[in-house]
Design a protein around this ligand. Structure first.
Ligand code: 5AD
Ligand code: FES
Length: 346
């Protein structure tokens, strides 16, 4: 195992069979060796810095019906909300005062937020916060829409591919959604000039090691600036309510593997990881992650943006999450930094 981990560290690649071994069972000693290698590369590229992204969950309306997601349109129990432009700007204001220099506007695929609505909003954020990066995470849209939002001042776009395998994609999504369109969107976004983020859930129902390797190969082809991964966690009002959650050790191992494959990539230790283990985000950073995304949404809507059960931070104020994150990172010997935290990938 150790020779294989060394090879991955040196060449940023392995054969499918070798990846399969790394994704299988690892002894505690090999696991620690893998994490140490990932930390090494992470510290070579980014030192002990941890970049912050302020997440603004501005709508939980969604026209899609993904089988895993708590805000799928078929979930009649979800209490829906939309933030006004004013509320979104005030989240940014608060976030900026706390030191955030990246805002992530995330929402379901909500037809209410047309380009007529989003373009002026992005332009206003760009105008008021010229030193900040604007990240959008609002799903599949047309090339024209992506272009208009980019021209208005958006810099980055997060669109997880969820799974690169066509059969698996069809197990997780209704027939109107396709992996072809998903991938097409990602390539368009990168062509336009966005810094892009892709990623998958670990342990999504039906996932196999082979499918995970498909994800790794797809990521090699796409070469995104960011890779967001987190464990699948069931939500009680979805068809996957009785499916088991993704494995915590496997998620950490994948973070380390991704760090070794893509030394400069931005790799968040996600909220989902923090949800399945009290030290999930800390251990994610110790396995190679270099980004955390504290919540900036107004407290009164946090409990409604529930993609999965048990989500953390739903009762906390933005300032609490910010200082909590500072403390958590300090505790493990890292420090959050108040910068845009741009990708070092061209
Ligand atoms: N468990 C974990 N992650 C989920 N997501 C959606 N539903 C779940 C769930 N039940 C992830 C998807 C999506 C991101 C915003 O949240 O990967 O892209
Ligand atoms: Fe939200 Fe710790 S990050 S309370």
């Amino acid at each position: 195992m150790k020779t294989m981990i060394d090879k991955l560290k040196e060449t940023c690649d392995l054969t499918d069979d070798e990846f399969a071994l790394l994704l299988g069972e690892l002894s505690p000693e090999d696991t620690e060796y893998l994490f140490a290698a990932a930390r090494d590369v992470r510290e070579r590229e980014y030192g002990k810095d941890v970049y912050l992204r302020g997440l603004i969950e501005f709508t939980n309306y969604c026209k899609n019906n993904c089988y895993y997601c708590g805000i799928r349109c078929g979930n009649r129990n979800a209490e829906r909300y939309r933030l006004t432009e004013e509320q979104i700007l005030s989240c940014c204001e608060q976030g900026h005062a706390l030191g955030f220099r990246t805002f992530v506007l995330q929402g379901g695929e909500d037809p209410y937020y047309t380009d007529e609505c989003m373009v002026p909003l992005v332009a206003e954020i760009r105008k008021r916060f010229p030193d900040c990066a604007i990240t959008l995470s609002i799903g599949e849209r047309s090339r024209e829409s992506y272009q208009a939002l980019f021209d208005a001042g958006a810099d980055r776009y997060l669109l997880r591919h969820e799974t690169a395998n066509e059969q698996h994609y069809a197990m997780l999504h209704p027939p109107e959604l396709s992996i072809r369109n998903r991938k097409e969107c990602l390539f368009i976004l990168r062509e336009i000039g966005y810094q892009i983020g892709a990623g998958m859930m670990v342990g999504a129902p039906g996932q196999t090691t082979e499918y995970l390797i498909d994800d790794l190969r797809f990521l090699q082809e796409l070469r995104p600036h960011m890779i967001g991964i987190g464990p699948f966690i069931p939500h009680k009002d979805t068809p996957f309510r009785d499916e088991p959650r993704g494995s915590y050790p496997l998620t950490l191992r994948l973070l380390a593997i991704l760090r070794l494959m893509f030394p400069k990539v931005l790799l968040p230790a996600t909220t989902a990881l923090g949800t399945i283990h009290p030290l999930g985000r800390e251990n994610g950073v110790l396995a190679g992650a270099n980004v955390v995304m504290p919540n900036l949404s107004p407290t009164n809507v946090r409990g409604k943006y529930l993609l999965y059960d048990g989500k953390i931070c739903t009762g906390d104020e933005a300032a609490e999450c910010h200082s909590c994150m500072e403390r958590r990172m300090e505790y493990i010997g890292y420090q959050v930094v108040n910068s845009r935290g741009d990708s070092k990938i061209e």
